[in-house]
Design a binder for this molecule. Sequence first.
Ligand code: ADP
Length: 474
Amino acid sequence: MRTIDRIYIDGAFVTPHGSEEFALFNPATEERIGTVRLGDAKDVALAVAAAKRVFPAMARTTKAERIAMLLRLRDAVQARTDDLAAAMREEYGAPAYFTGFSVRNTASIFEVMAASVENYAFERMAGSSAVTMLPLGVVGAITPWNSNFGFIATKLAHAIGSGSTIVIKPAEQSAIQTQVLLECLHAAGLPKGVLNVVNGTGPEVGAALTTHPDVALVSFTGSTPAARIIQRAAIDTMKRTVLELGGKSPTIILDDADLDTAIPVALMSGFANSGQACVAGSRILVPRARREDILARLKQEAENLKVGPAGDPDVRIGPLANAAHWERVQSWIRIGLEEGATLLTGGEGRPEGLDKGWFARPTIFADVTNTMRIAREEIFGPVLSVIPYDDDEDAVAIANDSDFGLQAYVLSADGERALRVARQLVAGRVVINGAPHDPHAPFGGFRQSGLGREIGAYGLDAYLEPRAILKPAA
Ligand code: ADP
């Protein structure tokens, strides 16, 4: 049993003023594995005050100083990759492939930001005016549980890269992972107050952060409903917001696709992170003429995917994060059936052979229309919808007919044709033929998938604003 009873303010692990406790579980066994003591609004006030005190000094740091901090953070994460992976396995239960990616990616985020700072033009000319890109002040960051390390690292990297300071409220159910990561970040020896972390709930600590008058920018990753509350709260003090939200990403299988390669890619895009991914390709768009073949292959391949606990290297789909989420995903499967979709594989309940743990059955619905709720709303679990289309134009229209626009996938034997389709899609990222993760690509979404972009110069742009100095001619 782990007890997490400290938060991180002004460079030190301190006991929070808040005293409420929150239970932590292993989702693969449903066993209680720890307790976190939650902070409250007073802790947020102390953390914001610490971040505010050091902001002027941080804003003055040079590129070289910021890069040095970022590379120290990278090294500190790399020094404890085994501990980070172990915490993620136990508390989140992600399959080994995803845990390995997450830990490597966390270190790489700091390195990529160091390169972005190197290349970023903080000083520019506009006409005869000298323009300086200035940091905004204290950043309030709120992160979700589905990729705890990566989101904390992303927001911290942007704060440091831009010369800001930050107070982070991570998801309370990821407290063990946060603790191990924080120990790494602490070891990097940032100036006191640059990084502050307050564990707590969304309505208490999250709300205190997003309404605090000294927070200049809110960087949020999470659900669209929570973002609406945050966006409203930001208005009173004109906080800037960067919001990375939900998705209902289309995977378009074009009619020339080689199904031996396309089907596994479509399934892994849909079931990525056990379906608990904002970028999950949860709508699979299939050419009507090849529908039967594709459905048969999707069913067969999905039934071959191993579901189970994180320790087994062959596992591709792990448990859902908590009991309430498992129930929510079950209710989505019922909604699909009630809407008249055909259950191709999966369904309610646990997979065979798993009688405990929050494991859901990898589920695929066929005969889905793009107007059904299972095609329009984010489920955030291993539940995919197959939607037939007539031709490329129809596929693009269905793909773009969504409230979201975070990510899209195109699969084709012809790279040029895939590119032509990709160029018509309204999505923050379009992935062609299972292209690997690019840590330099901007990330964020159109429409209700968010506001602004993270990563690289695009991410820095969101954390900085121009000040122009106009002088009379000499
Ligand atoms: P999920 O359902 O996946 O947990 P949420 O959007 O509810 O997605 O949670 C993402 C993060 O947002 C978490 O850290 C959560 O505590 C926080 N959060 C939830 N509601 C609010 C809110 N009203 N204000 C600020 N933060 C919130």
